[in-house]
Design a protein around this ligand. Structure first.
Ligand code: PBG
Length: 324
């Protein structure tokens, strides 16, 4: 009987051999942990749609930031939930705004942790849209100055990086210009470059109370059917000055991550979004899947597809496992 000389199973036989030839590894260095900050004191409320994640007031957030830094996670991504929302999302750039308070407090106490801020109006507008509304439509060009103002205000508060997630055309260049003109030439931009109009954001919109009051986000977020357009979008953001580009969501868009990685050499981030997180939590809570193993497999697949950086609500859990 003929048998090939090479038997792939030989190198799979023991963990020591598997470890030696493993091609992809998760590292704590590549994780970004998203966190939600609210007004108040001593607030730590679990977000029902995302078990294990919380709304935290600034004092609690600072303690959390200490724990995150202690686990070796290099960065957090901050989302603010304001007290009051209005038509133009003023809470996003006010001096007393929740994000500015949070950034200052964290940078004061946990300076080694990189603080990245999400730049988008949807958490701050009363209509829940990512931009200003003119005649019932999201007005791209009227939104750009507000986004730039928001990014600048975060940089002034001490943010180490800003991350525009709004998907308005031209916003990366607009923000870059505003930061540069105000002396923040050294503040990097991580752009949500290929952000799809995805139903996987559902749990987040409950968490951030940012579901649109009418319509949806398909006039600015990308059509899930498109891949070539993602390459074009990423290219535009790079031309406009992005330092890190992101694909979002991750799991249903592994092909996009892979393709972008073949075309561009910038650091590539992928956002393992709320729906991807909550599905695993739900499956695990029901006893249908091994949550820990599925989490590791999913995150590994995102890395294997080509992501250098992963934004994930699992960051603390993974970091603890990697260290154990
Ligand atoms: C917009 C923003 C969203 C997410 C990150 N930034 C929501 C949206 O576009 O509706 C989603 C993150 C997630 O689902 O985990 N500020």
């Amino acid at each position: 009987m003929y048998f090939p000389a090479y038997r792939p199973r030989r190198m799979r036989e023991t963990e020591i051999l598997r470890r030696m030839v493993r091609e992809t590894r998760l590292s704590v260095d590549n994780l970004i942990y998203p966190l939600f900050v609210v007004h108040g004191k001593n607030v730590k409320n679990e977000i029902p749609s995302m078990p294990g994640t919380y709304h935290m007031s600034v004092d609690v957030l600072v303690e959390e930031a200490q724990e995150v830094a202690g686990l070796g996670i290099p960065a957090i991504m901050l989302f603010g939930i304001p007290n009051k929302k209005d038509e133009v999302g003023s809470g996003a750039y006010l001096d007393k705004g929740i994000i500015k308070q949070a950034v200052r407090a964290i940078k004061n106490k946990v300076a080694e942790l990189a603080v990245i801020t999400d730049v988008c109006l949807c958490e701050y507008t009363d209509h829940g849209h990512c931009g200003v509304i003119t005649d019932g439509r999201i007005d791209n060009d009227a939104t750009l100055p507000l986004l730039a103002q928001m990014a600048l205000s975060h940089a002034e508060a001490g943010a180490d990086m800003v991350a525009p997630s709004d998907m308005m055309d031209g916003r990366v260049g607009f923000i870059r210009d505003k930061l540069d003109k105000n002396g923040y030439t050294g503040t990097p931009i991580m752009s949500y470059a290929a952000k799809y109009a995805s139903s996987f954001y559902g749990p987040f919109r409950q968490a951030a109370l940012s579901a649109p009051a009418f319509g949806d986000r398909r006039s600015h977020q990308m059509d899930p059917a498109n891949a070539l357009e993602a390459i074009r979008e990423v290219g535009m953001d790079i031309d406009e000055g992005a330092d890190i580009v992101m694909v979002k969501p991750a799991l249903s868009y592994l092909d996009i991550i892979h393709r972008i990685k073949q075309v561009y050499d910038l650091p590539l981030a992928a956002y393992n979004v709320s729906g991807e997180y909550s599905m695993i939590k739900a499956g695990a809570n029901a006893g249908w899947i091994d949550g820990e193993k599925v989490m590791l497999e999913v995150l590994l697949s995102i890395k294997r597809a080509g992501a250098d950086i992963i934004l994930t609500y699992f960051a603390k859990e993974v970091a603890k496992l990697i260290h154990s």
